[in-house]
Ligand binder design. Sequence first.
Ligand code: AP5
Ligand code: ZN
Length: 214
Amino acid sequence: MIFLGPPGAGKGTQAVKLASKYGIAHISTGDMLRYHVKNGTDLGEKAKAYMDSGRLVPDDLIIEMVKERLEEEDAKRGFILDGFPRTVNQAEALEVLLKSKDITLDAVVLFDVDEETLVRRLSGRRICPNCNAIYNVHNSDYPEDGRCKRCGNGLIQRDDDRPEVVRRRLKVYEEETAPLLDYYRNKGSLISVDASSESDAVLYAIVSLYGGKD
Ligand code: AP5
Ligand code: ZN
């Protein structure tokens, strides 16, 4: 499956739940890049300036990273691509890659959310830098002590969730990623979910549209 949609739409939140429900890999290019930045790898050093300013990291770096990730054992049982592909170029590279592995996509899920909700979600988002768990200060399950419920680590705000970077990310989405909607619509694989409702309702909508494969 591919999860497509603007920043803050809830792709990561739902990918975690679905990956555990179906026992498949959650492949988030954003999480992978943040890991590289945190650990100061070559890729992290190249990616950091793009991420901090809300621009896309160059396609060749991302495609190589995803290619390697798909070779890992856990991806063989199936996977959710969260935040990839993000350009038509990436989608074409993915198509070639999947064909070479004889893998077909089950669904491309578009997370449909209005801009006001996106901005509110992004401004309230806090993440665990240790285990990547996602929280929101506006949601009722936000931990009172500001610590991750899974691992106890202190929660932080992502650098790119500052308002000026959020504006840039939304613009980059419209210019570079939105054209992918037509790309997948033309292939007949795009399904759209109303992702503005509460989290469990969104999960239910995805599972139902996906064919209720429980
Ligand atoms: P990435 O990490 O992929 O960011 P993004 O696509 O902008 O998506 P987000 O993580 O912001 O949002 P999300 O949809 O996952 O929402 P979430 O579930 O967290 O990319 C970061 C950067 O890395 C990019 O800018 C780029 O530089 C680079 N990059 C990554 N992939 C790339 C690629 N393929 N090519 C090039 N560059 C790439 O939810 C948001 C908040 O809302 C959370 O607080 C959550 O708790 C809350 N929330 C979620 N659902 C609900 C709900 N239903 N109700 C209420 N609150 C909710
Ligand atoms: Zn944690």
